[in-house]
Design a protein around this ligand. Sequence first.
Ligand code: 13P
Length: 247
Amino acid sequence: MRTPIIAGNWKMNNTIKEALTLIDGIKGNELNANVEAVVCVPFTAIKDVKEALNDTNIKLGSQNIHWEDNGAFTGEISGPMLKELGVEYCIIGHSERRQYFNETDDTVNKKVKAALGHGIKPIVCVGESLDQREEGKAEEVVNSQVINGFKGIPSEAIKDIVIAYEPIWAIGTGKTASSDDANAMCSFIRKTIGELYGDEKENIRIQYGGSVKPNNVNELMGKSDIDGALVGGASLKAEDFVKLVNY
Ligand code: 13P
């Protein structure tokens, strides 16, 4: 019922030239048409990657958005600018942005509204740190990230939003949450969305992210509440990305 969604988060990797080589490598393969494949690329590569993806079903995403449409916000990129380039998805509130660039639940909320306002689908990232997990606070942290991130978002928008559960301790570390733990949190997130939006909880897609690789994607995707993956490192290799989409 929910279309699986495998998204690559390239982070700050790939010049335009490198990006086009990677896309070329992916395009040489057949991709499962029943899985939505997305690449979230650096701003500088968006225009060229869009052109390179024209003859494919792969969707294009950015990794950030500013909440205002224009103005004195040096260094920022707005919704209209992204829309003009054909961006369909936007990662919002990644833990690296929360950690290094002072992103908060409040800025996440404003960015989600901005993206939706321009017809861009948000991929909203949530997840706890290792300390928070060890203190038994993982659910509390994720619950509050969801509640605050979704303030004022209308229920009609829920089907267009993706939530990525990324436990910070599993990102780039080679440590994956066990598929049962990952599913338990995704299920908890769906319950939280149910408390806010009732039956719409069945329409929102929830991804797991954190050291997803070709050798663990199958088990994760087999779980009831995991609808996709947000993938860093493995999405930078054409062969691995293809394997992930064709899990
Ligand atoms: P890795 O897949 O490299 O652990 O990164 C996960 C991530 O942060 C995706 O957004």
